[in-house]
Design a protein around this ligand. Sequence first.
Ligand SMILES: Nc1ncnc2c1ncn2[C@@H]1O[C@H](COP(=O)(O)OP(=O)(O)OP(=O)(O)O)[C@@H](O)[C@H]1O
Ligand SMILES: [Mg+2]
Length: 384
Amino acid sequence: MPSLRLVDVLLERRILVCVGSGGVGKTTTAATLGLAAARRGKRTLVLTIDPARRLANSLGLASLGHAVQEVDRALVRRGAPNANGELHAMMLDQKQAFDEVVAKHAKDPAAVQRILANPVYAQISGSLAGAQEYAAMAKLHDFDQSGVYDLIIVDTPPTAHALDFLDAPRKLSEAIDSPAIDWFRKLQGEGGSRWSLVGKSGAFVIKRLAKFVGSKFIDDLGVFFTEFNDILGGFRQRAEETFALLRQPRVGFLLVASPEPMAVREALAFHERLKSAGMPFVGFVVNKVHPTRPMAKPRTVEPALASQPSIVALGLSGTTRTMAAEALIAAHAELETLAAADQEAVARLRAAGGTEASFVEVPLQRDDVHDVDRLVALEHFLLA
Ligand SMILES: Nc1ncnc2c1ncn2[C@@H]1O[C@H](COP(=O)(O)OP(=O)(O)OP(=O)(O)O)[C@@H](O)[C@H]1O
Ligand SMILES: [Mg+2]
């Protein structure tokens, strides 16, 4: 079977998720691919969960937040193969996304207000294991269902555990079903006094606890868990359904890596993990690869270099010119060594990806990639 081409992935899949370890170029890749798809006529959304401003900067947006913004159409369509596409971007605010989940599943608008205003909620929504990932997935799910976009590209955050979201449904249900939460739920359970429901020892604990945190806080806790029951009921099932979206064949996981040993190790581990979780892996992007630049043998280079008009114009002595040429040759040799090491890393990743996956190398650029022109320049490598 011939290997997948990234351009076909871009034109045929509906959701593309860029994952990889910190700093390898996930945001840059997501932005480049988003732009490339828009320039081929797709209505594209780049959804970033990375709080850094890099995506906004690269796309020429002054700021980016939880509201979808369109990137300047003229900029996107300039010299494009198809001038009908659009590029939209959004930086997901996980707290807001979680509030939206609450609003969607609470029993009525008044309950939404009560839950959001409860001081315990602020704490819980920020620290419940897996909740952030679930909220992000729920947002992705909504965008997908809306049918507004032909393609959604997800840029994942710079975390040490790039595949945390694979464990999120399990963590979430473990957190929700924890004895502590169950206990607080009983505290305000219907049809009985809270003291009788938690039993004698529970009542004792509550009294002691109230001494430290105040009885208002204890009441807030109880009220919160009762209200939140509507949200928690079915939470696990909804989370599992939401995450199941990721396994569909319309989705593609693109693993971004760099040739550095640590990044290669992590990419290989991520790849294994994606495969064992049954996620639709589509390929590797190896970014920031030192290019090999064939150069003539030093002995022929040195005189040629020394006689370059620009060097001669400096009026340097013959010895200084020779020293400059030697330094240049040494620097080049160093780059060649780096390039050779990178090629070994590339070969390892290529072998791991297998023959069906797509595989692209993007050379290390001279400068940071921080505007639309530079993104368009990278497109050439990604879609080659
Ligand atoms: N091919 C490249 N050549 C040179 N610089 C690059 C290249 N690709 C990305 N960069 C630069 O590397 C830095 C990190 O890139 P980027 O922000 O895309 O990585 P990331 O994986 O999203 O990082 P994080 O894990 O922090 O979110 C940026 O300054 C970006 O401009
Ligand atoms: Mg990033």
